[in-house]
Ligand binder design. Structure first.
Ligand SMILES: C[S@@+](CC[C@H](N)C(=O)[O-])C[C@H]1O[C@@H](n2cnc3c(N)ncnc32)[C@H](O)[C@@H]1O
Length: 139
């Protein structure tokens, strides 16, 4: 799994604990990466958790671990649009991308950007004013 913009690591930690799969967690913010590593240790999933301090998803370490069955990103629309093309290349056939933290009025633009890269919308919902999209790659 890949968590883009991990912040405290909360989503990556929850996913690793729940799914028992390895996760790479990235953030452009050095402090966030340090905090995420510490939180992974406190939550006893350090062996499944790798954090990388980098903007976006073009780092070699991210590419080397591809393809991913699940990628998630709780980030605003502008960086998500920039990442649509490289992210689609990192997803395994039938793999999923979950985009969250979107303003509801930005959801259609995100869907269009990812659809143009071959990702199909599976589910969309709004919770507490934030939109979440689940997208799937075909074969
Ligand atoms: C809304 S927070 C989400 C944090 C965490 N994933 C969560 O769900 O609570 C967005 C995070 O993405 C990071 N971020 C924003 N743009 C980024 C980019 N282009 N590449 C990597 N990280 C980015 C920010 O530093 C921040 O930690």
């Amino acid at each position: 799994m890949l968590d883009v913009g991990t912040g405290t690591g909360v989503l990556a930690i929850a996913a690793a604990r729940y799914l028992h799969r390895r996760v790479i967690a990235t953030d452009v913010d050095k402090v966030a990466v340090r905090v995420a590593i510490e939180n992974a240790r406190l939550n006893r999933i350090a062996p499944l958790f790798r954090a990388i301090h980098t903007p976006g998803i073009r780092a070699n370490a991210i590419r080397r671990a591809a393809p991913y069955g699940l990628i998630f990103a709780n980030i605003l629309l502008p960086p998500l649009k920039l990442m649509a093309r490289p992210m689609a290349r990192l997803v395994a056939p039938h793999g999923r991308v979950i985009l969250s933290g979107l303003l509801p009025e930005h959801a259609n633009a995100a869907i269009a950007a990812y659809r143009a890269q071959g990702l199909i919308l599976e589910r969309r919902f709004v919770l507490d004013g934030w939109a979440t999209l689940t997208l799937r790659r075909g074969a």
